[in-house]
Design a protein around this ligand. Structure first.
Ligand SMILES: Cc1cc2nc3c(=O)[nH]c(=O)nc-3n(C[C@H](O)[C@H](O)[C@H](O)COP(=O)(O)OP(=O)(O)OC[C@H]3O[C@@H](n4cnc5c(N)ncnc54)[C@H](O)[C@@H]3O)c2cc1C
Length: 514
């Protein structure tokens, strides 16, 4: 059985919410994949009297689509079995096609309805990719709202040949009307903006335009904790994030949250979001902060990429960090064509292939262990003379027989025309140049703080981290900072949360003594 008992129980409950009868249109052949899809949709159909299956020839075979009985043509297609992280996309698609209103603001809905051209989207996704469901769900919503839009989720594992022919080596990758259109995580607002030739459609709500006591910039563990602490003090709190979730969304398993022996990154941040929303925190998601400065009234003016300017008496910056680039020839040119940064997202695309991981710290070694489970062979390169990862991770890595560890390696160049073919490194002990053939290369050399937009505003250290004191106060009165964007010694979730709490309490102290 494709759906296990737990999924059957939860799906059965969701299917009770169907408003209209649903037809699953199945395009089948005699392949093994077709057999698996058939088993999946039949299992689903048995769980609700409102679901029936019809056979028809679709653009892709095998694949299936979802429509209502009255709908002439389906708009949402699945080329693969939407399990793993895509299960939620499947459930939402069923509910939305059956008549449940998708969760988008009235402004964005109007923009989607205004699109007056035929748009056929195809998203290449993997079932372990935590960034993919956002894109898949956003494009499904658009297909439900506007009949001129259609969307297919193409599952990489089941469509290996197509993915290889198109040289797709990172997910999500979106094609629009047959042309590569975008890669990486995108919100529905960002997609609509991109379609509308970058004309900004997303503006903050009226509530966000009123002055805050505390405005928090960021959407990771630090920002959310600051929001909870300040809202509990009765302050008027706002939070702006380009996307809520932060780095934990790139993390498969988290095992060092005190009291929680194991949790995956996505449910962890969902719990945090739900917890934060128990308090009156005004959230603007899908906006990037571009500038912050004080005005003559000693308030902060925070400018967003939507050109909205928010005001607040105090500010907490918790913008975290992002993957560091290695800055060698071939890295940018071959990004998503074999050069990758997120092993959990893109690892499945390298099943049975030879890959390299650059970086022997915790992230690099974790990535190598993860990749070794599916790839043919993993070469780990470390610049120093020893791996830097925790001993427990090193021991695990050394126990794997499809891993080679190379230390004192200075990676020099990544080669390839349409996709990565090899890379060259210099052996620092002999100065010899060595080239290794490879299908993919994962850069895991650490993170860089998201503080570029603050360079002329507040004091940063050499690593571009915001300098803070023991109260998480920056060099500007009333501006606090917390988490991975600061010069705190270690970058971990509980540390970011602790700093978020300190910054929140310090902002409260600042406001009552101002
Ligand atoms: C692969 C991986 C695995 C990890 N595993 C673990 C682990 O097992 N245990 C552990 O404790 N830690 C782990 N970490 C580290 C941990 O995730 C971070 O220390 C923690 O998330 C830092 O939280 P933060 O809130 O400071 O920043 P982040 O989580 O980076 O969040 C920053 C937020 O700010 C937003 N943002 C950035 N710039 C702007 C802007 N200009 N405007 C608006 N919003 C903005 C971002 O979208 C994001 O939402 C891992 C990290 C990675 C990458």
């Amino acid at each position: 059985m494709i759906l296990d008992d737990n999924l059957v129980v939860s799906l059965k409950q969701y299917l009770q919410l169907l408003k209209q009868d649903i037809v699953i249109v199945f395009s089948k052949d005699d392949s093994e994949n077709s057999e698996k899809i058939s088993e999946f949709i039949n299992q689903v159909a048995q769980l609700s009297p409102k679901i029936s299956i019809e056979e028809a020839k679709l653009k892709r075979t095998p694949s299936f689509a979802i429509k209502t009985k009255d709908q002439e043509k389906p708009k949402i297609f699945f080329a693969g079995i939407p399990l793993g992280h895509e299960f939620e996309s499947f459930v939402l698609a069923l509910l939305q096609v059956s008549g449940h209103e998708p969760k988008v603001s009235p402004e964005v809905k109007a923009q989607i309805l205004n699109i007056d051209k035929d748009l056929e989207f195809e998203t290449y996704a993997s079932l372990t990719c935590t960034n993919c469901p956002d894109v898949v769900q956003a494009l499904n919503i658009m297909s439900v709202i506007n009949p001129r839009i259609s969307h297919t989720m193409v599952e990489g594992g089941m469509n290996k040949q197509e993915v290889e022919d198109l040289n797709i080596m990172a997910v999500p990758t979106v094609y629009l009307n047959g042309e590569e259109w975008s890669d990486g995580r995108m919100t529905v607002e960002e997609i609509v903006n991109k379609i509308s030739d970058n004309e900004v459609v997303n503006k903050v709500s009226k509530e966000m335009q009123k002055k805050f006591d505390v405005l928090i910039i960021g959407g990771g563990p630090a920002a959310a904790t600051s929001a909870i602490y300040t809202a509990r003090k009765g302050l008027r709190v706002g939070l702006v994030a380009d996307r809520f979730g932060g780095q934990p969304l790139e993390t498969l398993g988290i095992e060092n949250i005190t009291g929680t022996p194991y949790i995956e990154g996505e449910p962890f941040m969902k719990n945090i979001y739900a917890h934060m929303n128990q308090y009156p925190v005004h959230v603007a998601e899908g906006f990037k902060v571009e500038n912050v400065e004080k005005n003559q009234e000693d308030d902060f003016e925070v400018t967003l990429d939507s050109e909205d300017v928010l005001t607040s008496e105090s500010v907490i910056v918790a913008t975290g960090a992002k993957w560091k680039k290695i800055n060698i020839p071939g890295e940018i040119e071959l990004k998503n064509k074999g050069v990758a940064y997120c092993p959990h997202c893109d690892g499945p695309l390298y099943k049975g292939k030879d890959v390299a991981v650059i970086g022997g710290g915790n992230s690099g070694v974790e990535a190598a262990i993860d990749l070794a489970g599916t790839s043919k062979h993993v070469t780990v390169l470390e610049y120093g003379s020893e791996l830097m990862a925790d001993k427990v991770l090193q021991d695990k890595l050394r126990s794997l027989d499809n891993v080679t560890i190379i230390t004192s390696a200075n990676t020099k160049e990544i080669h390839g025309t349409n996709k990565v073919q090899s890379f060259t490194y210099i052996d620092r002990t002999t100065d010899k140049e060595i080239t290794i053939d490879i299908d993919g290369i994962f850069i895991q050399i650490g993170l860089v703080p998201n503080t570029q937009w603050l360079e002329n505003t507040v004091e940063l250290n050499e690593g571009k981290e915001i300098k803070v004191d023991h109260m998480n106060q920056t060099t500007i009165a009333g501006m606090f900072a917390a988490g991975d964007c600061t010069d705190v010694a270690y970058k971990q979730i509980v540390i970011a949360m602790g700093a978020g709490a300190t910054a929140g309490l310090a902002a409260f102290d600042y406001l009552i003594t101002k």
